[in-house]
Ligand binder design. Structure first.
Ligand code: CO8
Length: 260
């Protein structure tokens, strides 16, 4: 347990609840990702921990995705270090032996959506003000192939193609319709529903479930693990371009104006 992340592990059920608590929006900074990965590694190595529920302790946001300030005005070295941490988070989550459930209690754009997509099951609070999706193109940037693959493996080719090209952010009802989330619940039922769902998944013998999960996900995981350095280089080259920095600047200005 650390400042940006709180882990509540219940020894008797074998289930941990990981709450993201990094105001204002749980953006995934290098520090945040590092803490997240340390916690994930601890839990994954603990034989007593079989299930993980991820949620937010902030009122309206699950996670605003990657911290845009980590990609704006930073040195290539720093950008590379950041991207390696993003990869690490994805690899740990997508490959996890634990049953992972996202309890999505707020908006979840881009990297926030990705984080929830790495889970085995997604439950979202049915509040029409919350949105979820891979909206990268709206920022003038491009979701990398493994973001795309994670979405593709969840909602199929057609929905992924439209969602990514248009940078679509779905409300809960729309997200449920295309299978981006698996279930909607009122806010006050989120954690009980996640816990009940977890019990169902944990009734399956771990070994059989884990091998099956790995069978489904390994080709996607291997694509990144065999291309990690090239993917980092690619990201650094792209994100440090003047035109891309300009797009990010405009997007940040838009976020500020919208607030005022
Ligand atoms: N990074 C950094 N700062 C952020 C981010 C972010 N992702 N999101 C919001 N903030 C900041 C805001 O600028 C604001 O700062 P300040 O108080 O200084 O003005 C503060 O957080 C609070 O934000 P809001 O007032 O907007 O809070 P709301 O509760 O009204 O809204 C939302 C919350 C819905 C999360 C809203 O902030 C939002 O839409 N944020 C933008 C989310 C977004 O578009 N994220 C995309 C990030 S890119 C990514 O994750 C994948 C990149 C892949 C890279 C590929 C390149 C090759």
């Amino acid at each position: 347990t650390s400042s940006k992340i709180n882990v509540d592990f219940n020894k008797s059920t074998g289930v941990a609840v990981l709450s993201m608590q990094s105001p204002p929006v749980n953006s995934l900074s290098l520090d945040f990702l590092t803490e997240l990965c340390i916690n994930l590694e601890k839990l994954d190595m603990d034989k007593a921990c079989r299930g993980l529920i991820i949620t937010s302790s902030l009122p309206k946001v699950f996670s605003a995705g990657l911290d845009i300030l980590e990609m704006y005005g930073k040195s290539p070295e720093r950008c590379g270090e950041f991207w390696r941490a993003v990869q690490e988070m994805w690899l740990k989550m997508y490959n996890s032996n634990m049953v992972t459930i996202a309890a999505i209690n707020g908006s979840s754009p881009a990297g926030g959506c990705l984080l929830s997509l790495t889970c085995d099951y997604r439950i979202m609070v049915d509040n029409p003000r919350y949105t979820i999706g891979l909206n990268e193109t709206l920022l003038g940037i491009v979701a990398p192939f493994w973001f795309k693959d994670t979405m593709l493996n969840t909602v199929g080719h057609r929905h992924t193609e439209m969602a990514l090209e248009l940078g679509l952010l779905y409300n809960p009802a729309e997200a449920l319709k295309i299978g981006l989330v698996d279930q909607l619940v009122p806010q006050d039922q989120l954690l009980t529903t996640a816990t009940e769902t977890m019990t169902k998944w944990l009734a399956i013998p771990d070994h059989a479930r884990q091998i099956t999960k790995s069978m489904m996900r390994k080709p996607t995981v291997d694509k990144l693990t065999s291309n990690r350095e090239a993917d980092i280089q690619n990201f650094v080259n792209f994100i440090t371009k003047d035109s891309i920095q300009k797009s990010l600047h405009m997007y940040l200005e838009m976020l500020k104006k919208r607030k005022a």
